[in-house]
Design a protein around this ligand. Structure first.
Ligand code: TRP
Length: 327
């Protein structure tokens, strides 16, 4: 039996990945490398939907590669590549767009939430379906917000298979809920997010001092006891969750340890724990970004491996839909 194939993509937007992304997705990317054949890519074409500054997009793409490697994606075991290096993604997206109803695409909530915009944004989920189906992925680890895009992907795979014969693996979503558990430090009723950014977001890659300052300035609740209770104490509960995931200790154990102590000591410890959690990642990141030649080499090797699969899938697709093979 061959190993299950896992695929996921991440956009080079924002200042990088935050604590919630790390706990919800990227941590699993690294963990899945043992039992699965993994394809991980930077969705730079998807990022174009928000018209980033060109120099910034390039810089962010490189930094994100370094960040993923620092967080444990291993280029020896997994293919790590840039989406735009394989024209098969856009080619398959076109074929799939011809199988997608206009109404069907209009119902995608992420598009509706953005209140319209460019046609790229409208086509976004179809490109995402192409990303996944091109590699015949069995499992796609993503956050809850991507569930609807995964449903569309499955529908398109089945539709294609029914019309043209068995071609695509129908992928299973592997939805991570834990990312939503980490809340914004300044507004602990909202989840930590890239778009919000600001003093309530803890980036995986930032100065230790910045992390410490944000945690010490986190909004806390009335009272003085370090106890968990999302409704009455959203701020302290969020910090307890963060300390729990950073140290591996259960929340009740932590509550016991802080009985009789104030918020100040508690926050100091949360800050120290997060700094410690990210210390090896930050050290490794600094080494990696200082070596752009190595990053390029990783991307080139990743693209070579990805191309083997993508080219084969596209050859079948072209044949199935009736495109004349070039002589
Ligand atoms: N839309 C995903 C996100 O914003 C990123 C993405 C693009 C993706 N293509 C993908 C995720 C394919 C999984 C599989 O998080």
């Amino acid at each position: 039996m061959s190993r299950p194939r896992v695929l996921s993509g991440i956009q080079p937007t924002g200042a990088g990945k935050h604590l919630g992304n790390y706990l919800g997705a990227v941590r699993y990317w690294a963990a899945m490398q043992d039992e699965s054949e993994c394809f991980y890519f930077i969705a730079d074409l998807h990022a174009l939907t928000v018209s980033p500054d060109p120099a910034e997009l390039r810089e962010r793409t490189r930094r994100l590669i370094a960040e993923l490697l620092a967080m444990g994606v291993d280029p020896e075991r997994s293919s790590l590549f840039a989406q735009s290096h394989l024209p098969e993604h856009t080619e398959l997206a076109w074929v799939l767009s011809c199988l997608t109803g206009f109404g069907e695409a209009s119902r995608m909530t992420q598009f509706k939430d953005k209140g319209g915009g460019n046609v790229g944004l409208f086509n976004y989920p179809i490109l995402q379906a192409a990303d996944i189906l091109l590699y015949q992925a069995n499992a796609v680890p993503v956050g809850e917000d991507q569930r609807q895009h995964l449903e569309l992907t499955r529908d398109l795979a089945q539709r294609f298979n029914n019309r043209y014969g068995e071609t695509f693996t129908v992928p299973d979503p592997y939805v991570q809920k834990s990312a939503d558990r980490i809340k914004d430090l300044q507004d602990p009723t909202a989840k930590m997010s890239t778009s919000r950014g600001g003093p309530g977001t803890l980036w995986v890659i930032e100065d230790d001092q910045a992390t410490t300052k944000k945690i010490k300035s986190a909004v806390t609740d009335t009272g003085r006891d370090v106890v968990y209770g999302v409704a009455e104490k959203p701020g302290i509960s969020n910090l307890l969750t963060i300390l729990s995931v950073a140290t591996g200790k259960a929340v009740p154990e932590l509550e016991g340890a802080y009985a009789g102590k104030g918020y100040g000591d508690f926050k100091t410890d949360v800050a120290e724990a997060v700094v410690e959690l990210f210390a090896p990642v930050r050290r490794r990141f600094d080494e990696l970004v200082a070596d752009p030649a190595y990053l390029d080499q990783v991307l080139a090797e990743g693209a070579t491996r990805a191309r083997e699969v993508a080219v084969a899938t596209m050859a079948t697709v072209r044949e199935r839909v009736g495109l004349l093979a070039p002589a």
